[in-house]
Ligand binder design. Structure first.
Ligand SMILES: C[S@@+](CC[C@H](N)C(=O)[O-])C[C@H]1O[C@@H](n2cnc3c(N)ncnc32)[C@H](O)[C@@H]1O
Length: 409
């Protein structure tokens, strides 16, 4: 296919600067693309073709590989996909697992990490999180569903090679994004829970059956960073706002600092308490409060309550750019009230998890909150997700998590 005549100028620019998506409107004429779900060769890349989706092509595999020996334009048949790409898949999955394990798993920790992160790992439409030998696999797009038997076989071979044991598959087809691909949303009936030693603590996790696919594995480095900064700054008392099952707060409480964990989910807080017990953290050091964090912060502000450290880790307030202005108001209220409530020399760990909020947007909001509260605020550090979720440089949409470590005077 001649990419110059096929694509609009913008589409051509995306292709030649390495963005892994081509949308319907990036094409001058869609009729040249196959009308069936398949893998298709365009320019120097292979792409998954999703005929029902606005995101028409998603790049599969790196450009640096020599794909020239495959002299066909498209692949529809899973057996053919296996013949041409089976070995590549096993090899790339082994490399990714070895790299992520080396970087992230220390001592006798259990293997809990994101093995495959969709576009960021150039295996778009597939997310695989590992919990010991359980693989929670999100099948998000039509091509991944079509070629799933080949992916599954490659995952099994790669896992067995690295871990010397067979994996157990949890196939998840419950994400609402599947409707955009013309796929059914199917709920999985039952999930089992177990204890996992992760980041130095024991966690009761339910692979596949909880928020994310069981845990916020992406915050792993930031949980430790929060404790490190609190030690450096000699801080103690903490409010962990949007605590989920204990993420930040249990790391902090384990280091002998009292934590009040606030979340609106009773289930999450019950599990957080169970986790605290299992890690021998006393009820005095770790209390839980079921409340909306806006209400909690307004009350603390009205009561002129103060604290050493506040963790803010709300869910995404912005699912599309249209919601950005409203979302920024929400982020500002949380950050502004937190700045008010922090003691001089205190730490604010302020997180946002949406690619629709850029670092510039967030900095602008933080700057304005600092000015309105008349507090002096220094940026100690800004982190992203743990390396198993690391963003792909050509794909701004994968740069979704920011964690600001701020010192408030
Ligand atoms: C991004 S997760 C937090 C992850 C957690 N900090 C960790 O590191 O594991 C967001 C959490 O916010 C909670 N939540 C969402 N909206 C809330 C609100 N308005 N008030 C309190 N909790 C809320 C959800 O129940 C969820 O547990």
């Amino acid at each position: 296919m001649n990419t110059k005549t096929l694509l609009t100028n913008k589409g051509f620019e995306k292709l030649t600067t390495g963005h892994p998506w081509l949308l319907n409107h990036d094409f001058k004429d869609l009729s040249e693309l196959p009308s069936k779900t398949c893998l298709v060769h365009v320019g120097e890349h292979w792409f998954f073709n999703s005929p029902m989706s606005k995101i028409r092509l998603r790049r599969f595999g790196p450009t640096t590989r020599d794909w020239k020996k495959i002299d066909i334009d498209s692949i529809h048949d899973p057996l053919q996909f296996e013949r041409f790409f089976g070995d590549f898949l096993v090899q790339t999955l082994i490399e990714k697992l070895v790299f992520k394990k080396d970087v992230l798993i220390k001592g006798n920790e259990d293997l809990c990490l994101r093995w495959v992160f969709s576009e960021s790992d150039l295996l778009p439409g597939l997310i695989v999180d590992i919990f010991k030998n359980k693989l929670a696999c999100q099948i998000l797009t039509a091509p991944v569903q079509l070629f799933w038997p080949v992916f599954k076989d490659a995952l099994e071979k790669a896992f067995t090679t690295v871990q010397k044991q067979k994996p157990e598959f949890i196939e998840l087809k419950n994400s609402s994004v599947r409707t955009k691909e013309g796929l059914d949303v199917i709920e999985t009936e039952e999930f089992s829970s177990d204890w996992y030693l992760w980041n130095g603590l024991y966690w009761w996790m339910t692979p596949g059956g909880e928020q994310k696919t069981g845990a916020y594995l992406d915050q792993k480095i930031n949980h430790k960073e929060a404790v490190r900064w609190m030690e450096n700054l000699n801080l103690s008392e903490t409010w962990d706002l949007c605590s989920f099952e204990g993420g930040f707060g249990l790391h902090i409480a384990k280091s002998e600092r009292p934590v009040a964990a606030v979340d609106q989910s009773q289930n999450a807080l019950e599990t957080a308490k169970k986790n605290a017990q299992r890690n021998e953290i006393s009820e005095r050091s770790y209390t839980t409060i079921r409340e909306d964090i806006f209400t909690f912060l307004r009350r603390q502000y009205d009561n002129k309550a103060t604290v050493d450290t506040i963790i803010l880790d709300p869910p995404s307030f912005v699912k599309s750019k249209m919601e950005l202005a409203n979302a920024m108001k929400g982020y500002k209220e949380l950050n502004l009230r937190s700045m008010h409530c922090l003691k001089s020399g205190g730490l604010l760990v302020s997180c946002a998890c949406s690619h629709n909020v850029s670092r510039e947007d967030y900095l602008y909001m933080l700057r304005s909150a600092a000015h309105d509260t008349r507090r002096t605020v220094h940026v100690l550090d800004v982190k992203g997700p743990s390396p198993d979720h690391s963003p792909l440089i050509n794909f701004p949409e994968s740069n979704y998590l920011q964690a600001w470590f701020l010192r408030i005077e």
